[in-house]
Design a protein around this ligand. Sequence first.
Ligand code: ATP
Ligand code: MG
Length: 438
Amino acid sequence: MNIQLPPPVRYAMNALIRAGHQAYIVGGSVRDVLLGKEPHDYDITTSALPEEMTELFSRDRLLLNGLKHGTVTLIKYGTAVEMTTFRIDGEYTDGRHPDDVEFTGNLYEDVTRRDITINALCWNPETGLIDYVDGEDDINKRIIRCVGDPDRRFSEDPLRMLRALRFSSTLDFDIDPLTAECLLDNCQSLEKVAVERVLTELKKLLTGPRAEQILLDFRPAFEVILPELSDLTSDRYMLAARRVSLTPEAPELRLAALLYGLEPEKIASCAARMKFGKLHRRFLEAIGLNAVRPLPTDRAGMRRMLGEMGAELLAGLIELRNADTRALCHLVIQQGDCVSVKQLAVSAEDVFEAGVSRRKSGPCLSFLLDEVIEDRLPNEREALLAAAKENFVKEPPAPSGKSRKRHKKKPPAQGQEAECRPDGDLSGNADAQDGCTE
Ligand code: ATP
Ligand code: MG
């Protein structure tokens, strides 16, 4: 495998290697190359100690704010390249930061402190790919898997759980079953992660192609970082997840799509706690205020709403409303909700057998459909027949055999034959059936 390094990275690597140090590109850049993507930045891991790097690059511009963790940032040809000494993370007593980091001359130790296998690959032009953790295999199988024991890795740094979810969502990779199980077991400790980090990961996660699935599969984790989501019934939560996936890929808009179904006060307190940006908070407020307001359908109405909200917020609101409607439509179709008489668990013949007259079977089915649509009745044969009897049979029903006999004896009037067939679809033809039954 050959990687064409950009000039600033090549410069840094060559200088380190020529000075007798080990140096590799590591993490996101190697992962992205293997995925056939252009890396957005390159991190170098090296055996050189921080003071050796500052000495070696003393004639270059350096940023030293990461020195404590072994990171020296070289600014070369207008680009920043992070170079970090091989290190082992110390204890994580606060679950947020290692108490201390220990430098090591051992690449293996540096690799095995990393979060997930696909982020733990190294490369340099002489050695080629170095893969201690089967990361390449996981890239090929499209799997997110912790380096080492997931339970331990998540409990020492809970941010790793969000990163695992984020990479699964954005790369559309499966999460390895053991990693997924430990993630759900440990997700309560996500409350220790700083809100700024949560927000950064969450925004990336929500724009990924697998965001909806991740939201559904790991709801307990999302309820820890956004406890407001616990207010949603499972149906409304499912709708929120679908709405996210149907909203354009802007992170703020997707976050708004997730929170859209909540009470405006809940949205506002969530936005304040999570330190959303000012414009984002204004947007969420406008959404809350206009959640049930009909969108304008004429020019005057549009002028008014544009005047009140401004073009940007109104465009966002329209996107959300649109996504919400589409999400509802998808769910109703996908879950096979009953939307027509044909989908009822009983037919005209069934209600007739239960004692409803032929003339009333059409209205009876319409009534049952309304009840099912409004969730007042389940679409189940027993319940529907009971409701049909209760509402459409005044006298005790005649035995069905007798009723059929009578029906046969009395031929239908001309032109009404189709409506009177016992197995015909009688719905909607009730008026035309007068005189056909009983
Ligand atoms: P991207 O920059 O594309 O979001 P990345 O993998 O480069 O992805 P960074 O946040 O830049 O992510 O981190 C660089 C590398 O540092 C990762 O690839 C991983 O090896 C390691 N890393 C980052 N965060 C953690 C963590 N919380 N625990 C363990 N290793 C981590
Ligand atoms: Mg990176």
